[in-house]
Design a protein around this ligand. Structure first.
Ligand code: GDP
Length: 442
């Protein structure tokens, strides 16, 4: 019973889960079938009837999720109390969104209240579904369900299909964001070396690929003239995108070759970007423009302060560059001299480390621990609701969705971001956070 059939197992891989919770006979099984499509709707009016399917893969408006009937798991529980507790635990453990299904005709029962009370403590969005509203005449009964404190009930008729579109809309709205198309973190690492003309990009690349490490191949990139350099590093390939012009300066079309458009293209094709600065000049406005673009593109960032051999006031210059980076704390600054070789051997390890952070995933439990601790120390400002729960929904770059309140002032956003950084690292990596309002109100 609790073992889903293989096709479902396959279909559910990586998909968000929606758990149906509700006391017996409210119509969970019928609703589950209704979500899948009218043609498979089967009504079980007999209490405790054996269900042969407890999980179904559902698609709606281009989004896919797996609907799970958790009620099917608890029939062996001793007593209603235990059944309710087990059902809720089960749902919370596996789901991204919970549907609390109640029977609008019989109205709120003690068991519904018990379920609602337990679900209010769960850190997950809950949708209250008023089932068996077969016609508009039955809608007034729905009003009674507000006392469950789960927000607006959605009236549906699982048997007739009434309201299922609205319910599906609400469900997909609450699903975690799907992974966006991003460069694959498991492929070979792809780095870009960018910066203003004359800061030492070519010299640096020649140091990296030239002497001790052989160039494995030069692979054509996406555009005809964007030729990448692939080097062997500890026996594994590393790609530096669009470096043709660096390695053979004669082919470069002067300053224009490294123009902003070309830089933007290289950034987009890489995972982590090495922004090379002339340390003598420090961090200029143009350098800041380039770093801003790296962050905007969601790439990892490493700053290389090159020509360090020429810097006299070293401590001051280093602090100044760090400060003027002006993005977020923790971006590595590597001091190098492409001329003498100073510090050059730290460039690739730093790029690899940032790439690892860029592709990292942290568990929902860890995220929630950080959110709770952060709020205990420094609660959201007056008028801003509590952040109830959150999760990392993507990596490369890391994205978090935090539920509770949609209107978080910038200072508190930064505070939350900094707490996530303090807990998880993410050095050199931009973090995306979206705050969403209370899920039960939609
Ligand atoms: P690119 O335009 O960024 O590729 O810069 P290049 O690599 O062509 O370097 C520009 C000039 O700076 C050349 O004359 C290099 O020899 C010089 N240069 C590059 N790196 C260093 C460095 O670390 N120290 C010093 N003193 N000169 C450097």
């Amino acid at each position: 019973m609790s073992d889903p059939s293989p096709p479902v197992e396959e279909a559910r891989a990586g998909k968000p889960k929606v758990a149906l919770v509700g006391r017996q006979n409210v119509g969970k099984s019928t609703l589950l079938n209704r979500l899948l499509g009218a043609r498979e709707a089967i009504a079980h009016e007999t209490p405790g009837v054996t269900r042969d399917r407890v999980e179904m893969a559902v698609r709606w408006r281009g989004r896919a999720f797996v609907a799970v009937d958790t009620g099917g798991y608890v029939r062996r529980a001793r007593g209603i109390e235990e059944a309710v507790a087990r059902q809720v635990d089960r749902a919370v453990e596996q789901a991204d969104v919970i549907l609390l299904v109640v029977d609008a005709v019989t109205g709120v029962q003690e068991e519904d209240e018990d379920l609602a009370r337990r679900l209010r403590r769960a850190r997950l969005p809950v949708v209250l579904v008023a089932n068996k509203v077969d016609s508009a005449a039955q809608e007034p009964g729905v009003a009674d369900l507000y006392r469950l404190g789960m927000g607006d009930p959605i009236p549906v008729s699982s048997i007739h299909g009434r309201g299922s579109g609205e319910l599906l809309d609400r469900i997909v709205e609450l699903l975690p964001e799907q992974h966006e198309a991003q460069p694959e973190v498991d492929g070979e690492p792809a780095f870009a070396i960018v910066g203003r003309p004359n800061v030492g990009k070519s010299s640096l690349l020649n140091r990296l690929v030239g002497e001790e490490r052989a160039v494995v191949s030069e692979t054509p990139g996406t555009t005809r003239d964007a030729v990448d350099s692939v080097i062997a590093w500890d026996g594994r390939p590393l790609r530096f995108v669009d470096t043709a012009g660096f390695r053979r300066p004669s082919r470069a079309e002067g300053v224009e070759y490294y123009g902003f458009l070309r830089t933007v293209r290289a950034i987009d094709r890489s995972e982590v970007v090495c922004v090379v600065l002339d340390a003598q000049e420090g961090m200029t406005t143009e350098d800041r423009r380039i770093t801003a673009r790296v962050i905007e593109a969601g790439r990892g960032l490493v700053a290389v302060a090159n020509k360090w051999d020429l810097v006299e006031e070293r401590a001051g210059r280093y602090a100044e560059i760090r400060e003027r980076l002006g993005v977020f704390p923790g971006v590595p600054v590597v001091r190098t001299s492409a001329l003498t070789g100073l510090g050059v051997n730290r460039v690739v390890p730093t790029l690899l480390k940032v790439r690892e952070e860029w592709g990292r995933r942290v568990t929902t439990a860890e995220v929630n621990r950080v959110l709770q601790q952060a709020q205990a120390e420094h609660p959201p400002p007056r008028g801003v609701g509590r952040l109830r729960y959150g999760a990392q929904v993507a990596s490369g770059p890391p994205r978090f969705v935090i539920f509770g309140t949609g209107t978080v002032p910038p200072a508190y956003r930064r505070f939350v971001e900094n707490r996530l950084r303090a807990a998880f690292g993410f050095d050199g990596v931009p973090i995306r956070i979206s705050f969403r309002g209370r899920a039960s109100r939609g």
